[in-house]
Design a protein around this ligand. Structure first.
Ligand SMILES: Cc1cc2nc3c(=O)[nH]c(=O)nc-3n(C[C@H](O)[C@H](O)[C@H](O)COP(=O)(O)OP(=O)(O)OC[C@H]3O[C@@H](n4cnc5c(N)ncnc54)[C@H](O)[C@@H]3O)c2cc1C
Ligand code: FES
Length: 256
């Protein structure tokens, strides 16, 4: 993992409270989809804050990455106000998602702000002929993000909203749409990759789809380098660190 300075090239509001940021580094290292950056998000009371944010897009030629984040507290508020400048960040952190050779069809399941890192999986593997069936779930129309981006690169995109307010989408949970398509044989994934809130993972587990499934887990972080166990995630093999052992784990191994 390298410690680099990232230069803020663009910072736009996608919708109220959600920001897309483009960052440049001349030394941008190799990247695996699902990895994250631990970026300096200001200094408060003499303490330098670092915040983990997933990579949405990675452009090795332009040496840029894009991140999409929700403004939650002081760190993300600080980031959302930047219009330029250099920020230290460790990149790329974590293990990331693997799409093994031979996999031809992947179902991607994104819940809300968990959706961005799934785009980078398609970006990396689409050229190899892997087909991606993407399911994105949001609470309501006003919370939807990145649907045009995913529609452009997915074999099929299904958008669900809990209240049915997104006109072009379906009413219900994202896992309901996946269940329907898999049970009907309309989608036959060799692999399922998911990122979203814990209840979504619980619903995914309950489907018992008998398909290898990997999830990207969120945790509050301390050191970000594997030393403090602040980010511990309970698994059948004991506590694992989200920052270095994860954030991607096998669904069946995580205790939800
Ligand atoms: C590997 C990883 C990747 C992530 N990728 C993204 C991403 O792509 N986009 C994005 O919007 N967010 C992402 N997050 C979450 C993001 O790191 C937090 O929202 C951010 O750290 C909040 O910092 P803050 O200083 O603004 O808020 P804080 O002041 O630290 O927190 C404000 C409130 O938000 C809640 N909160 C903050 N962080 C978390 C968390 N990790 N889990 C549960 N509740 C939390 C708490 O209720 C807290 O009181 C990711 C987290 C991890 C671990
Ligand atoms: S944040 Fe310290 S071990 Fe993960």
């Amino acid at each position: 993992m390298k410690e680099l300075f990232l230069n803020v090239r663009e910072n736009v509001e996608l919708r109220k409270g959600v920001v897309k940021m483009r960052l440049f580094s001349a030394g941008l290292p190799e990247f695996k989809p699902g990895q994250f950056i631990n970026i300096s998000a200001g200094s408060f009371d003499g303490i330098l804050l670092r915040r983990p944010i997933s990579v949405f897009k990675h452009d090795g030629e332009a040496k840029t990455i894009e991140i999409v984040f929700e403004i939650k507290g002081r760190g993300t508020t600080f980031l959302s106000r930047l219009k330029g400048g250099d920020l230290p960040a460790s990149l790329f952190a974590g293990n990331g998602f693997t799409v093994p050779d031979g996999v031809k069809s992947v179902a991607l399941i994104g819940g809300g702000l968990g959706s961005p890192p799934l785009y980078s999986v398609i970006e990396k593997h689409r050229a190899k002929g892997v087909k991606f069936y993407t399911y994105l779930g949001f609470a309501s129309e006003s919370k939807t993000i990145l649907t045009d981006d995913f529609a452009a690169v997915s074999e099929k995109l299904t958008v669900t909203t809990d209240d049915g307010s997104y006109g072009a989408g379906e009413k219900g949970f994202v896992t309901d749409a996946l269940k329907r398509d898999v049970y009907a044989g309309a989608v036959k994934p060799d692999l399922i990759l998911a990122c979203g809130p814990p209840p979504m993972f619980g619903a995914l587990k309950a489907l018992k789809l008998n398909t290898p499934t990997f999830i990207s887990v969120e945790a509050r972080m301390g050191c970000g380098i594997g030393a403090c166990y602040a980010c511990a995630c309970a698994t059948v093999a004991g506590n694992r660190r989200v920052c270095t052992d994860g954030p991607v784990f096998k669904l069946e191994e995580v205790i939800l």
